[in-house]
Write a protein that binds this ligand. Structure first.
Ligand SMILES: O=C([O-])CC(=O)C(=O)O
Ligand SMILES: [Mg+2]
Length: 581
């Protein structure tokens, strides 16, 4: 095919020697056909993150797959590549630089990325996940390189199914979706919330063993009310205020049914970091028609319940013997409260109503009490008990005298010295959970909790804190984060072919996690097992969830495998390089 510069009128164009398909020669007005080879070999193979293994290609592979000469002659094992990459990552000064280096690696060599994540989970989790992912979302427009995940905006209304078909993978098992309105405790980050589904799904693979090609991160962009982003020239989303009401509901509904049409009845859809009102509504609306769960309401509840059950071994008593006070009555607060109450009813002979009476919540207007009933949002109403109004947290602590204090408000530094000293004044071992993320939004630091409680607090936080030394004694804070639960929960649902999520599965996940806490952990004050063992933990959670699903008749993979832990382990993705021929 020879270019006819007369007919194209493109005499000034550069390039184009042997430009058979005309990509380089075409003028900006001309139409070209995008095309690519379908069998990965040569440079295409090296640039395909799923198959690329860099210097680990053997000589035979270099010959058979036309990559000889495209790589320097040396060979490097995956282990040596891993060592090299960790060395590079440790040299970066800031967590955000490490985050970008890891995301680049994921786009270059997927198996090596997951090998790093699995082998160095405790070191890399705070980079790919909270707290660094929060900063990455805030700066997403600036650090944006190649797009990750799928963007569905109001512009795609009526075409959502077609957009899903554009995604290169067809066999999707897990979707994590956000609309970016409440990213961690950082508020509305609009389209830049994409970092969260991307990060959560990286954990699905690294911690839960779901294959990367079966994971789909999605951000639904209905605008943002974040003025700073709307005025930011590098903002990547729609430049408009958030759509609400019918317009919002219609797009979400189109998405929910398009996802099922594209990927089948059993595709798991995890709702993540939606604002309160939408989070509760979406869960209520789709829980009976889709395989869905909300990580912030249900995943967080499951992980916290697990930690509390483990903490009973240190504090004594049953759940029903304790008094709970929450700061924050949103998704996490009310979700945890509900699951604790449910567990109390299963353990003892008390009704749900009686169970709820042991649990108190404080929101921005003070203690939630009966006299406020009229003006309360529906998800807060079950927690409005008979009591005098209390203005702030400190008043409520003095009056309710909780044995367990839980922060879930998304507002940092709210567990003040006075609050912690007060709880510690009437508890030998106060349980203090500062759940809000990222670290900047944590209700208190680990050091504050241990110092102000004179080393008596049983403490865990949503984002990680380093161990603290006080007077020669070392305290290791736990991380009470839904990352313990959702990868194993998702794995359990997927391998059993479960069609709906049931509350009892969250209890099963919680119980399976609590069982992984050993006597030695408890002796160190730990109410969660270390993340180091997370794949084993996830297999146990998956087995517990799957067992419950079979029991409830919600599993479709038949016959039921006899040994569910072994089955879960056998289903998990391994990042080790494969041999090509
Ligand atoms: O992402 C996390 O670290 C936990 C979580 O779901 C949130 O804070 O919204
Ligand atoms: Mg979340």
């Amino acid at each position: 095919m020879n270019g006819d510069s007369k007919s194209t009128g493109a005499a000034t164009l550069a390039g184009g020697v042997h430009d058979v398909y005309g990509e380089d020669r075409a003028s900006e007005e001309q139409i070209v056909t995008p095309w690519s080879r379908t069998v990965a070999s040569g440079n295409v193979l090296l640039r395909d993150p799923r198959y690329n293994k860099g210097l680990a290609f053997t000589d035979d592979e270099r010959d058979y797959h036309y990559v000889r000469g495209l790589l320097p002659p040396a060979h490097m094992s995956q282990e040596l590549q891993e060592k090299r990459l960790m060395h590079i990552i440790r040299q970066y000064n800031t967590p955000l630089q490490k985050y970008m280096a890891l995301m680049d690696l994921e786009e270059r060599n997927e198996r090596l990325f997951y090998k790093l994540m699995i082998d160095h989970v405790e070191e890399l989790l705070p980079i790919v996940y909270t707290p660094t992912v929060g900063e990455a979302c805030q700066k997403y427009g600036t650090i944006f390189r190649r797009p990750q995940g799928l963007y569905i905006s109001l512009k795609e209304k009526g075409k959502v199914y077609d957009v899903l078909r554009n995604w290169p993978e067809k066999n999707i098992k897990v979707i994590v979706v956000t609309d970016g309105e409440r990213i961690l405790g950082l508020g509305d980050l609009g389209c830049q919330g994409m970092g969260i589904p991307v990060g959560k799904l990286a954990l699905y693979t690294a911690l839960g063993g779901i294959r990367p090609s079966e994971c789909l991160p999605i951000t639904i962009d209905v605008g943002t009310n974040n003025e700073k982003l709307l005025n930011d020239e590098f903002y990547i989303g729609l430049r408009q205020k958030r759509a609400t009401g019918q317009e919002y509901d219609d797009l979400l509904n189109e998405f929910m049914y398009a996802a099922k049409k594209a990927y089948g009845e059993k595709v798991l859809i995890q709702f993540e970091d939606f604002a309160n009102h939408n989070a509760f509504n979406l869960l209520a609306k789709y829980r009976s028609t889709h395989l869905v769960f909300n990580d912030d309401i249900q995943g967080t509840a499951s992980v916290v319940l697990s930690g509390l059950v483990a903490s009973l071994k240190l504090t004594g008593g049953t759940l029903a013997d304790h008094t709970f006070l929450f700061l924050g009555a949103g998704e996490a607060g009310t979700g945890i409260a509900e699951l604790i109450a449910l567990e109390m009813t299963k353990q003892g002979k008390i009704s749900l109503n009686e169970a709820r009476k042991r649990i108190w919540l404080v929101d921005s207007k003070g203690l939630i009490v009966k006299s406020r009933m009229e003006s309360l949002q529906h998800f807060k109403k079950p927690w409005a008990h008979e009591h005098e109004p209390c203005k702030g947290l400190l008043d409520a602590v003095k009056s309710i005298r909780p044995t367990i204090l839980i922060g879930s408000s998304g507002v940092g530094r709210t567990f003040t010295k006075e609050v912690i000293e007060t709880v510690s004044s009437f508890n030998e071992k106060p349980v203090i959970l500062a759940l809000s993320n990222p670290t900047s939004q944590s209700e208190c630091t680990a050091e504050e909790a241990y110092t102000w409680s004179k080393g008596r607090a049983i403490f865990a936080s949503g984002s990680p804190f380093d161990p603290v030394s006080i007077n020669g004694k070392t305290f290791i804070p736990g991380q009470s984060n839904n990352a313990y639960i959702f990868p194993g929960l998702g794995l359990g649902l997927v391998i059993s072919g479960t069609i709906r999520v049931h509350e009892d599965m969250l209890l099963a996940a919680s119980e399976a996690l609590a069982q992984q806490v050993s006597k030695e952990h408890l002796e160190q004050g730990l109410i969660y097992p270390p993340f180091r063992n997370i794949r084993k933990i996830s297999a146990h959670i998956a087995a517990g969830v799957a067992a419950k699903s079979y029991e409830l008749g919600l599993a479709t993979r038949l016959p039921r495998p006899a040994d569910l832990v072994a089955f879960a382990e056998s289903c998990m993705y391994s990042p080790v390089y494969r041999n090509y021929k």
